[in-house]
Design a binder for this molecule. Structure first.
Ligand code: OGA
Ligand code: NI
Length: 360
């Protein structure tokens, strides 16, 4: 990492005391300050240099971890707080009340408490809503069948202001997602808008997670180990902690420290495929807490249904042939929702299904 880039990566305050097998700075995911980029947006002569420096810090984090935290990211803390409060009110209602907006086999949006990761029940309840209402997806996961379906959000009547709080936060976090997408493109030596068109009819959604205290924390996980399927995820977590990432260099589980107002960014499978394995979609999981409940709010930045995901031509060469076959995002999205809903024995479709060659 160059000297200039160092300026944007803050040293974590609390170093882990246990020795890890990696180098010292491999003990925690990087924290990247986006304030310079924000202040210098527009036609400022320094804007480019700053964008490049932040982009290279992000690029390094995407390669080494697939995870980083951002501060001074532009999402207002009042907007976040308002959604955190209303989410707690929603999950505090009677189950029967929450189930009035329960998801079903066709519409994955709404409330549910039966999510499964790798066939094991996760210790949590969730509420999901799409950014685009309606969101267009294929009617069937089968490649032979054509036809589309419009999915709409389900909004509860209570608590009052719930929908507004959700939508206000979603608008802000979406802006950040496009900024990060641009910085990631720049970090790859590509134009800042290289990936933008894939999100024209995005299938992104926001999730509110509530993890109740778990009496047998050694027997359950809030979310079992998994990778996120989309382009990137922007996660707000409260101060309880429990999220862990598998370090790329050795697979060790590393806790992600809660930092007030920071947002956690992680690379999803689409980005790993687009970059032909340069950037890493890391496995992560959530351990449960015996006494404290925990809330988190991931935004899953997903491309449009019609997008065919494959390694970007510009990043390929004779020495770097494509590691993945092309796949259609809409079909993938629909088939994953089905297998989730039916709790299929089979593992949810994972990135390696599209791999051409075994990982190096
Ligand atoms: C997820 C996820 C982490 C968290 O929902 O995909 O990884 O901290 N959540 O809730
Ligand atoms: Ni995840």
């Amino acid at each position: 990492m160059g000297e200039l880039d160092q300026a944007f990566v803050q040293a974590p305050e609390h170093r882990p005391t246990a020795k890890t097998s990696g180098s010292f700075s491999d003990g925690e995911i990087p924290i990247i300050d986006l304030s310079l980029f924000r202040n210098l947006e527009g036609a400022n002569a320094n804007a480019n240099a700053n964008a490049n420096a932040i982009a290279s810090a992000i690029g390094e984090a995407c390669e080494r971890w697939g995870f980083f935290q951002v501060i001074n990211h532009g999402v207002a803390s009042e907007t976040r707080r308002r959604l955190e409060d209303t989410a707690a009110e929603f999950f505090g209602m009677e189950t029967a009340e929450k189930r009035k907006v329960k998801r079903d086999e066709v519409n994955p949006m709404g409330y549910h408490d039966e999510e499964h990761t790798k066939n094991v029940r996760d210790w949590k309840e969730v509420f999901d809503f799409f950014l685009q209402d309606p969101t267009v997806v294929p009617a069937s996961p089968s490649p032979e069948e054509t036809g589309e379906r419009m999915l709409t959000n389900q909004w509860p009547k209570n608590p009052p202001g719930f929908r507004e709080a959700c939508q206000e936060y979603a608008r802000e976090v979406e802006k950040l997602a496009f900024k990060l997408l641009g910085l990631i493109s720049i970090s790859l030596g590509l134009p800042g808008d290289r990936l933008t068109s894939y999100f024209k009819e995005q299938t992104s959604f926001l999730r509110l997670n509530h993890y109740p205290p778990c009496p047998c924390p050694e027997l359950a996980l809030g979310v079992g180990r998994h990778k996120d399927g989309g382009a990137l995820t922007i996660l707000a977590q409260d101060n309880v902690g429990g999220l862990q990432v598998s370090r790329r260099s050795d697979g060790q589980w590393i806790p992600i420290k809660p930092i007030p107002d920071a947002l956690i960014i992680n690379i999803g499978n689409c980005m790993q495929v687009w970059t032909n394995d340069k950037y890493w979609s890391a496995e992560h999981r959530v351990v449960v807490n015996p006494t404290k409940e925990r809330y988190s709010m991931p935004f899953f930045f997903f491309p449009g249904s019609k997008v065919d995901v494959k390694p970007l031509e510009e990043l390929l060469s004779g020495q770097s042939p494509p590691s993945y076959k092309e796949y259609n995002w809409g079909k993938f999205f629909v088939s994953r929702n089905r297998s989730d809903f039916k709790k299929l024995e089979a593992d949810n479709i994972q990135i390696d299904h599209f791999r051409v060659s075994p990982p190096a």
